[in-house]
Design a protein around this ligand. Structure first.
Ligand code: ARG
Length: 416
C-alpha cells in the first residue's frame, strides 16, 4: 500500500458530525483520514480555521479548496441556462454542489493516495446518492463510506465522543435545523418544519429579508451573453459576482423564498424551506430573454427538456450521459441568448419591465397594430382553412354519427 496506512478522504464541513467522523472512522476502520473542505460560497467560518480544526480532530492531512468560481461557472451557469427548478420550484442548491465537492474529493483521494471517500450524509436523503453516484461516475475504482449510515455514528454518539475526546467543537449549541447553503441558495429542514402545517418563523431565513416590509423598489438591468450574465447595470461581472450581487439586492427585497414539500429520490416526501434570491432573479431574467430570442419550436422543446434536466440533476445524474447530452443541446440553444433584461425587484418579486437584444426575434413591424405593419393579414384566411382542416373533417364525422357537440335545448333569450 505504499508509505502510509490505507487512507480515507472525508468531505469535511467543520461541524460536529464530520469533526467526530475523523476519529470515529480511524477507530472503526483502522485507516487514516484526510479531511477536505470545499468552499462553494457557503460563507460562515474561515476555511483555514476549519482546516486547523480537522487537524486538531486527528486528520492526517487537511485540505481546503476555493471552488467558488468553479461552482458558479461550471455548475450554477448550466443550471441557469436550463432555468432549472425541480418540481417547478427548487433551484437545486444542494444538488448542484455535490458534484463539484465530489470532484475535489476525488482529486484529493488521488493526491493523498486514498482508496475510499467518506461523507457525512444520513441514509435517508438525496445527498448520499449524489456523492456516491458522482464518485462512481468519476472514479469507478474508489469505495464510499458514510459513517452516520454505515458506522452507527448517531447524533448522541457524536456528542458523547466529542466530549470524551475534548474535540475543539461545540456540542451544546443546539440548532434545531439542518442547513445546507452555498452561493446558489440555502436549504433549511427538520425541527418544527417537519409538521407541514407549521409556517416558517423569521429565524429560518438569513439570505432574505421579510418581503412584507420591503425597502424602496430596486431597478436592475442584467446583461447576458449566450445565456450567462456578464454585466449588472452596465458593470461587468463574473458569474460568481452576478450571483452574489443579486443575492444581496434580491435578498433585501425578500425574493426567492420557497416553502415546499418535495419528492426525494429515496421515495419519501420531505418539507424544505429554501431561499435563493440571486438564483430566482437570474432565472426570471434569463427565461425572459429566451422568450425574446429563441425560435418558437426550440423554445417549447427546451422547456420540456428543462424539467427533465432538473430531475436528472436532483436525482444524482450530473455526470450521466443523458445529462451531458442535454448540456450540449442546451448550449446550442444559448447562441442567441444575448441582451439586456430590466427588472424591478420589490416586495418578494422580480418583475420584468423591459427587454433589449440585438439577436431578438421580436419584429416590431410584424407585431404592431399601428402604421408600419408589415404582416399581410390576407394570408391568414388560407392558412386557417388548411390548419383547421383535420378538426373540420373530424367534426363533420361526429355529426354524421350523432356524436356532435350537444348545445342543449335552452332558450338563449338574454332576458332569462
Ligand atoms: N432537499 C434538498 C435536496 O435534496 C436539500 C438537501 C439538504 N438540505 C438540508 N437542509 N440539509 O437537494
Amino acid at each position: 500500500m505504499g508509505l502510509h496506512k490505507d487512507r480515507i478522504v472525508l468531505a469535511y464541513s467543520g461541524g460536529l458530525d464530520t469533526s467526530v467522523a475523523i476519529g470515529w472512522i480511524q477507530e472503526q476502520t483502522g485507516r487514516e483520514v484526510v479531511a477536505v473542505a470545499v468552499d462553494v460560497g457557503q460563507g460562515g467560518e474561515d476555511l483555514q480555521v476549519i482546516r486547523q480544526r480537522a487537524l486538531d480532530c486527528g486528520a492526517v492531512e487537511a485540505y481546503v479548496a476555493d471552488a467558488r468560481d468553479e461552482f458558479a461557472e461550471e455548475y450554477c451557469m448550466p443550471a441557469l441556462k436550463a432555468n432549472a427548478l425541480y418540481e417547478g420550484k427548487y433551484p437545486l442548491v444542494s444538488a448542484l454542489s455535490r458534484p463539484v465537492i465530489t470532484k475535489h474529493l476525488v482529486r484529493a483521494a488521488r493526491q493523498f493516495g486514498a482508496t475510499t471517500v467518506a461523507h457525512g450524509c444520513t441514509g435517508k436523503g438525496n445527498d448520499q446518492v449524489r456523492f456516491e453516484v458522482s464518485i462512481t461516475s468519476m472514479a469507478p475504482d474508489l469505495d464510499c463510506i458514510a459513517p452516520v449510515r454505515d458506522l452507527a455514528l448517531t447524533r448522541d454518539v457524536a456528542i458523547d465522543y466529542a466530549e470524551r475526546h475534548n474535540l475543539p467543537i461545540e456540542t451544546t449549541k443546539h440548532n434545531p435545523f439542518s442547513i445546507d447553503q452555498n452561493v446558489w441558495g440555502r436549504a433549511i429542514e427538520t425541527g418544527y418544519l417537519e409538521d407541514i402545517w407549521n409556517a416558517p418563523t423569521k429565524d429560518v431565513y438569513t439570505y432574505t429579508d421579510d418581503p412584507t416590509y420591503p425597502p424602496l423598489p430596486d431597478e436592475v438591468i442584467i446583461s447576458f451573453k449566450e445565456g450567462v450574465p456578464v454585466a449588472i447595470d452596465g458593470r461587468p461581472v463574473t458569474p460568481l459576482e452576478a450571483i452574489q450581487e443579486l443575492n444581496r439586492r434580491a435578498g433585501a427585497q425578500g425574493i426567492g423564498r420557497i416553502d415546499m414539500v418535495e419528492d426525494r429520490l429515496v421515495g419519501i416526501k420531505s418539507r424544505e424551506i429554501y431561499e435563493a434570491p440571486g438564483a430566482i432573479a437570474l432565472i426570471t431574467a434569463h427565461a425572459e430573454l429566451e422568450s425574446v430570442t429563441l425560435e418558437r419550436e426550440l423554445h417549447r422543446y427546451k422547456r420540456t427538456m428543462e424539467q427533465r434536466w432538473g430531475e436528472l440533476v436532483y436525482e444524482a445524474q450530473w455526470f450521466s450521459p443523458l445529462k451531458k447530452g442535454m448540456d450540449t443541446f442546451i448550449d446550442y440553444t444559448q447562441q442567441y441568448v444575448t441582451g439586456d433584461i430590466r427588472m424591478t425587484l420589490h416586495g418578494g418579486r422580480a418583475v420584468v419591465t423591459g427587454r433589449r437584444s440585438e439577436t431578438s426575434l421580436y419584429d416590431f413591424n410584424l407585431a404592431t397594430y399601428e402604421s408600419g405593419d408589415t404582416f399581410d393579414q390576407s394570408h391568414s384566411r388560407g392558412f386557417i382553412e388548411i390548419y383547421g382542416m383535420t378538426s373540420k373533417l373530424a367534426a363533420a364525422r361526429d355529426v354524421r354519427f350523432g356524436r356532435g357537440i350537444d348545445f342543449g335545448t335552452g332558450n338563449l333569450n338574454a332576458d332569462n
